[in-house]
Design a protein around this ligand. Sequence first.
Ligand code: SAM
Length: 266
Amino acid sequence: MRLTAALSILPELYCAIQVALFPTFRDVWLNPILIFDVFRVFMTHVWVKFADPTNEGGRVVKEGLITPHATGIVLDLGAGHGHTVDFLDRQQVTTYIALEPNGDMHTLLRQRAAAAGYLESDGSLIVLSCSAENIQMILERIGRGTHPVDTIVSVLTMCTIPSPQRTMRRLVRDVLKSGGEFLYYEHVLSPRSDVAWWQKFWAPLWSLFFDGCRMDRPSHLLVEEMRDIDIDGKETSMWREGRSWGKLGESEENLWWHQAGRFVKR
Ligand SMILES: C[S@@+](CC[C@H](N)C(=O)[O-])C[C@H]1O[C@@H](n2cnc3c(N)ncnc32)[C@H](O)[C@@H]1O
């Protein structure tokens, strides 16, 4: 891997620190209890600057992935400022459930959802403040029995979820309908050993500044390999069909190497 590509994390970190350090100090100064959640506060400020350009960078992939395939009740994991809502077809998606544990992002999230025609007042928008791991609370808050969701979307979130294998498997098993779709767009561990080496090298530092985001997580493989026990007691794939693909034109020498995928539950 070229050194310039391997070190491309440094300008990103510099930009994040420049944007978020002072506002984070200010927030903690005004409300000292935030010291216990200081990395999340930092991420809140980082995301104000990074969310729009990151969204633009994934626009073409998301238009092909989310717009034609998200239907019915959609659960958006780690919704952030709600950028996924811009890609939903209002005629196809009746309810947008935005799961976002960082409450400081909810104002922008609600604004973006309202602009796309999703409102809490008529039940077409549900904002969940819990984490993706909290399956019981997700089911209780949606309140429509078992397997209530037609589509689960994960955009740049699986990298941050703790115990992703267990959490994603339980979400698909308990929350997604049979025949429902799981749509993801994530940066993942590179198949190139030299790129993967640098991803593993930088991962601890990056995760410190980006709210636990792991740049060395093989999220695409976790999805592809998701299995469950069928009624005969045999272990079998959770998917009826599915495939992953890369981002057109993206260099292999990329610390944030992306994959997108569409998987249909059995
Ligand atoms: C990189 S941002 C992506 C936001 C949004 N999906 C987008 O594409 O703009 C990752 C998001 O995941 C959220 N997050 C962090 N830990 C989470 C968890 N355990 N469960 C669900 N979401 C989480 C963060 O608060 C953050 O908003």
